[in-house]
Design a protein around this ligand. Structure first.
Ligand code: CMC
Length: 372
């Protein structure tokens, strides 16, 4: 209605309750189902965190074994899905490939229109299990390499690296990668999760919700930032150039990707954990140049604008050092966020209300269509 206060970007608006995760900006805290994300990121496997998000509790040994068995059994890229992806132009963004894959998998899933929690959780696990092969196939196709079959002896993170690179790197690199996946897995009502909840609120299916979420994540103000961070670092090239580059960007009125956050104003709770992982990978892989650029950008941004880095800032160069092409960074974020998105789909379904806000009309007043 006209005259009512408009909250642009829904900033500060509380739209629902959630028991999946909590962000407390005052204390820079993020918990998944009550557990501090820093503890999860340094001590849990991706599969354990997915179980926590879906079921509310960390798995015991039997539950973890059951989840891993089901996940490992569904990893292969089905020929029909591969054929659909091969029809896409190789020039399209990897997020377009991932978004299409989710859509195709939904169209092929016989449980698509079953919305009971058991079916939803089974579909969530199926997406979680199947999407790594999609990303790995695409990564290798872009490099002119044949796909690598999944290895059922490996955990989720190791297998993802194995399918992308044909080998599992050292334990430190795997741990840093897994840390990023856990930190990316969930973050309350961010734009992509909210998109998934909006779609779910119409009683549409889970795959439609996740397809919308992948689309929302692609943008540089959200998940696309980790890719944009690396483009900037590659352009900067050397630590000595970072300060001047940043000041020029700010003077031109441009946003610097990897900095700032809608909710955190005094620093992103996930950054210290990811930064420590980044430093370890950089030390092991000769990436001091990127650490230098990272430190200089962070220092000058704080000095010039008082703005802190977000998770995408350390995650970007970590993925680069692990050997991923820049265009694969946001799909990696998406793979991990599948657990969070689908936990929210299930929660939205349990106490649904159609999400349909109002707008304040500012167009022409009512008028008659001229005679024609
Ligand atoms: N670079 C330069 N200035 C910035 C930035 C930035 N990254 N972030 C905020 N500002 C400035 C902004 O220009 C504004 O200044 P002024 O008041 O002088 O106009 C002030 O800070 C407040 O910004 P805002 O637009 O009100 O903040 P917001 O809550 O709408 O924006 C944000 C949040 C994440 C969209 C924004 O910080 C941004 O564009 N960051 C860069 C993109 C990015 O890194 N996104 C990843 C977010 S976290 C992980 C994820 O979800 O993927």
């Amino acid at each position: 209605p006209a005259g009512q206060e408009v909250r642009k970007g829904l900033a500060g608006v509380v739209v629902d309750t959630t028991a999946v995760s909590e962000v407390v900006p005052e204390t820079n805290s993020l918990t998944y189902r009550g557990y501090p994300v820093q503890e999860l990121a340094t001590s849990c496997r991706t599969e354990e965190v997915a179980h926590l998000l879906w079921h509310g509790e960390l798995p015991d040994a039997a539950a973890l074994a059951a989840l891993q068995e089901a996940e490992r059994a569904q990893r292969a890229l089905e020929p029909a899905v591969r054929a659909a992806l091969e029809a896409l132009p190789p020039s399209c963004h990897p997020m377009d490939v991932l978004r299409t894959a989710v859509s195709v998998l939904g169209a092929r899933d016989p449980r698509a229109e079953r919305h009971d929690p058991d079916a939803e959780l089974a579909k969530a696990l199926s997406l979680f299990a199947r999407l790594p092969a999609v990303l790995a196939w695409d990564v290798r196709r872009r490099r002119g390499q044949d796909p690598v079959e999944p290895d059922p002896a490996l955990g989720y993170a190791e297998n993802l690296l194995h399918m992308c690179f044909g080998e599992v790197p050292d334990a430190g690199s795997v741990r840093a990668f897994e840390t990023s996946l856990v930190l990316y897995a969930e973050h309350s009502f961010n734009a992509s999760t909210f998109a998934a909840r909006v779609v779910t609120s119409t009683l549409a299916d889970l795959h439609s919700a996740v397809t919308a979420a992948v689309g929302a994540l692609k943008g540089p103000l959200h998940g696309g930032a980790n890719e944009a961070v690396m483009h900037a670092m590659l352009e900067i090239g050397e630590p000595e150039r970072a300060g001047a580059w940043l000041r020029a960007e700010l003077a031109a009125g441009r946003r610097v990707m990897g900095f700032g956050h809608r909710v955190y104003r005094n620093g992103d709770s996930r950054v210290p954990t990811m930064e420590a992982a980044f430093r370890e990978v950089a030390a092991a892989r000769g990436g001091q140049r990127w650490v230098g650029i990272y430190e200089e950008l962070a220092r000058v941004m704080l000095e010039e604008k008082g703005i802190h880095p977000n998770l995408d800032f350390p995650a970007g160069p970590t993925y680069h050092l692990l050997g991923f092409d820049t265009a694969a960074f946001t799909p990696l974020f998406a793979l991990s966020r599948v657990a969070g998105w689908t936990a929210h789909v299930v929660e939205q379904r349990r106490s649904n209300a159609l999400i349909r806000p109002l707008s304040s009309y500012v167009g022409p007043p009512q008028r008659s269509v001229p005679a024609r």
